[in-house]
Design a protein around this ligand. Structure first.
Ligand SMILES: Cc1cc2nc3c(=O)[nH]c(=O)nc-3n(C[C@H](O)[C@H](O)[C@H](O)COP(=O)(O)OP(=O)(O)OC[C@H]3O[C@@H](n4cnc5c(N)ncnc54)[C@H](O)[C@@H]3O)c2cc1C
Length: 403
């Protein structure tokens, strides 16, 4: 699948490290990970730390799928608000999912420390903006639900939002806990650290996944270059191309087209504190800043049909995103430097699918589908590493296929 258009911003910020390494002659590993995007990188790093022998293969160069298209706002808020998720899955399940997402933010801070920085990870406050006056009531209910979990959130009135953040909207949830990151630097640093711990990385290696998944353990995989991997377990970190390779995944996900842009660098802060901004509109809109002081915005989602149809919308969607930014921050003067389109997958309840599907024993899926895919991938890495160590992660049952 063509996952995104040609020119996202992040590849201009860093160079791909040398990652290819060679397999031991017998090709024996504990875990074979398919996919070297941010998910595969997080899983490889976590497994290597847990002492596993790991090989990672990817059809493309590492970090060349959806990951460089990500706007990489890292939030614990799931696409489905806590109040709605509680109504759909029950309060205990919904609250546990939100708590797991919040812990994942701490995990990323820890990973950054372990990696020695270099991934442009920064703590930010975040603002979930009301679009219409009637949104305020819904947001208040959401604040109350999150405060019951002792999450540090508060409701800002229109006046408070204007005086503290210079934004003119009917109200907003102010959350004290969010992060921003450079997703490509994160991926490269994780893969480099994993390689240093002995993980073998084989880019530009396509596997036939449906054949692989139905094999019996240990999985014996013939590589296109004539080599061979023998693995006790397989992890599918294959992102949004997974539904086209597994009917079982296609029936529980929906593909959407989405759009983003990055401005030229600005000379000063575009809004106070460079908080992460996102709104409750449909289609929604969100914004952040980058390490070199660009504004990055995204949203304007549409149902996905084909990559060509998605990319044909890029020019008009870019104009709409720019208009949204002007409406939100009227005094801002900016020029668009990068714009791109991507495909992403969402699930009905907004939660990812992590773990085994009953049809494929020995195969774990790490599918962080939804707006906060990277946060979900951190959770997936933890769950998979715990399973390798012989324990069951407390969040594992929240994201199973049979939930
Ligand atoms: C425009 C956009 C904005 C986003 N914004 C955010 C955000 O603000 N915050 C957030 O948390 N998330 C966001 N996301 C989601 C997040 O970016 C994704 O969840 C994440 O990048 C997915 O990473 P991945 O490693 O799972 O997938 P990918 O990066 O696509 O990696 C999967 C890899 O699997 C490989 N592969 C697939 N099939 C095979 C095969 N058969 N053989 C070999 N290799 C194979 C592919 O080549 C690919 O490189 C956004 C996504 C998009 C598109």
């Amino acid at each position: 699948m063509d996952l995104r258009s040609e020119r996202p911003y992040w590849p201009s910020t860093c160079r791909r490290p040398r990652l290819r390494s060679s397999l031991s002659r017998r090709g024996r590993v504990d875990v074979l990970i398919v996919g070297a995007g941010v998910t595969g990188a997080l899983v490889a790093y976590a497994l290597a730390k847990a002492g596993a022998r790991v090989a990672v293969v990817d059809n493309r160069a590492a970090g060349s799928g959806s990951t460089p298209a990500s706007t990489a706002l890292l939030q614990y808020e799931i696409d489905t608000p806590l109040v709605k998720l509680s109504a759909a899955l029950g309060r205990a399940h919904a609250e546990a999912a939100y708590k797991a997402s919040r812990i994942a933010l701490d995990d990323i801070v820890r990973i950054d420390r372990e990696l020695g920085g270099g991934i442009d990870l920064l703590p930010r406050r975040s603002l979930q903006l009301a679009v219409k006056p009637s949104d305020v009531r819904t947001l208040r209910g959401e604040v109350a639900a999150r405060q019951r979990l002792s999450f540090p959130v508060s409701m800002l009135s229109r006046a408070a939002l204007r005086s503290k953040f210079s934004l003119n909207r009917p109200g907003a949830i102010l959350s004290e806990e969010a992060l921003e990151v450079n997703p490509l630097k994160l991926t490269y640093r994780l893969l480099s650290a994993a390689k240093e711990r002995g993980v073998c990385i084989l880019p530009r290696t396509r596997l036939n996944l449906s054949t692989l998944a139905t094999k019996t353990r240990p999985f014996r995989v013939e590589l296109p270059d004539g080599g061979r991997v023998v693995a006790d377990r397989v992890v599918m970190a294959t992102g949004y191309e997974t539904p086209e390779q597994f009917r079982e995944i296609a029936v529980v996900t929906e593909l959407r087209s989405t759009f983003a842009l990055a401005t030229e660098p600005l000379s000063r802060e575009p809004w106070p504190e460079r908080a992460l901004l996102w709104d409750a509109g449909d289609p929604y809109f969100y914004a952040r800043t980058t390490a070199d002081l660009r504004v990055m915005i995204g949203g304007e989602d549409e149902p996905f049909t084909t990559a060509a149809a998605r990319d044909a919308m890029l020019a008009s969607k870019t104009r709409t995103l720019m208009k949204n930014l002007r409406d939100l921050v009227p005094r801002l003067r900016f020029q668009c430097a990068f714009c791109w389109a991507g495909t992403f997958a969402s699930t009905k309840d907004g939660l990812p699918y992590i773990g085994e599907h009953h049809r494929f024993p020995g195969v774990s899926f790490a599918l962080g589908y939804g707006g906060n895919g990277i946060t979900f991938s951190v959770i997936a890495a933890d769950i998979i590493a715990a399973a390798f160590g012989g324990s069951t992660h407390p969040a594992a049952k929240l994201f199973t296929f049979d939930r």
